[in-house]
Design a protein around this ligand. Structure first.
Ligand SMILES: [Cu+2]
Length: 134
């Protein structure tokens, strides 16, 4: 029984991955918790307007920070990382927001982090995959 459940979970995640790889979306809906982004991978078309909805279901402040292409915040977000921020939004615990941003024009994999101290090493990272717009 347990093995079947695991097999089903693996199959489901494979399906989700293959769907995500095929179709870019202009809508992102992400939940922030202590300490992760759910989901943690997003595929968007380059240069398009992206509707962005997020909720902080955690007990502390969280941020959704997209780093510029080719940059990484490393294990700790500090002053030196600020010029490398492409776009960000900050949410207080229990808050939610609907906003939007323009996807980067350059295709590639962009790092997403939460800049609240200690959250990157706690696993609060995600990936924004920008693909050429059709
Ligand atoms: Cu956080």
């Amino acid at each position: 029984m347990k093995r079947n459940l695991i097999a089903a979970a693996v199959l489901l995640s494979l399906m989700l991955v293959s769907c995500g790889a095929g179709g870019a979306t202009t809508t992102i809906d992400v939940t922030m918790t202590d300490f992760q982004f759910q989901p943690s991978q997003f595929t968007v078309p380059a240069g398009q307007e992206i509707s962005f909805s997020t909720a902080n279901n955690g007990a502390v402040v969280h941020n959704f920070v997209i780093m510029k292409l080719g940059t990484t915040a490393g294990d700790f977000f500090d002053e030196a990382d600020i010029p490398n921020v492409y776009w960000e939004v900050e949410l207080l615990p229990g808050a939610s927001t609907d906003t939007s941003f323009t996807a980067p024009s350059e295709p590639g994999e962009y790092e997403v982090v939460c800049r609240t101290e200690g959250h990157i090493v706690s696993g609060m990272t995600a990936k924004l995959i920008v693909v050429p717009a059709e």
